[in-house]
Design a protein around this ligand. Structure first.
Ligand SMILES: [Fe+2]
Ligand SMILES: [Fe+2]
Length: 224
């Protein structure tokens, strides 16, 4: 018997196992206390990040808002994981993974800022991750154009959400504001790139459901 016939299924199985293990590793990293990021914290455009005296009320409000943003980044990791896993196009898989790497920076920045503010991450992060992973996989099942359309709509909603946070974050909290502003620019870039790759527009009812789900998530993460 041709030895390749024996080896091929084994190597495919191992490859699948490797991918599953890598996927589990990324999930654990996303909800861990110190996720790995590539780019340094955005500081340059705000100058000195030495702790500004925030009042207790300001510190708590910043902590709650940055907890929401951290949850958003946990979800971004899971969404792109699900979308990359369900696309058959290697180029698109690479695109989702590249976007996920930038989101990984956001994840690390928001996690670090939470610590600096003495705030804790959401207790429900494993739940958020699991739900978003499922959502990303469902979006991917509708095909690449719709998956890209889902990404465009998600990123546009996140961009608007972050712009709203820039109005709500205490003016004195220059550290959080620099992070959120940098993230807002990155999310706009993600949407633009997904649009340029041929994203299909999302139907109005789908956009409305996504908006409602995001509102429930943000309201919950603000407290829990
Ligand atoms: Fe992000
Ligand atoms: Fe993004």
């Amino acid at each position: 018997m041709n030895p390749r016939l024996l080896q091929a299924p084994v190597s495919r199985r191992l490859s699948r196992q490797d991918r599953l293990l890598a996927s589990i590793g990324r999930a654990l990293s996303a909800v861990s206390a110190s996720p790995a990021g590539g780019r340094p914290l955005p500081l340059a455009d705000v100058g000195d990040r030495a702790p500004v005296a925030l009042s207790e009320v300001e510190r708590r409000e910043s902590g709650a808002l940055m907890r929401v943003n951290h949850v958003g980044e946990v979800c971004a990791q899971a969404l792109y994981e699900g979308q990359a896993a369900t696309s058959a196009d290697p180029g698109l898989q690479a695109f989702f993974k590249e976007a996920a790497a930038e989101e990984g920076d956001h994840l690390a920045w928001t996690r670090q800022r939470l610590s600096e503010l003495g705030a804790r991450p959401s207790l429900l992060n494993p739940v958020w991750y699991g739900g978003a992973l499922l959502l990303g996989a469902v979006a991917g099942r509708f095909g690449d154009r719709h998956s890209l359309g889902f990404m465009v709509e998600t990123e546009r909603q996140v961009e608007r959400h972050l712009a709203g946070h820039l109005e709500r974050l205490p003016v004195a909290d220059v550290g959080s504001r620099a992070i959120v502003e940098h993230m807002r620019r990155d999310e706009a870039g993600h949407a633009d790139r997904a649009q340029a790759l041929g994203a299909a527009p999302m139907p109005g009812p789908v956009r409305a459901v996504m908006h409602l789900a995001a509102r429930i998530m943000t309201a919950t993460a603000h407290r829990i």
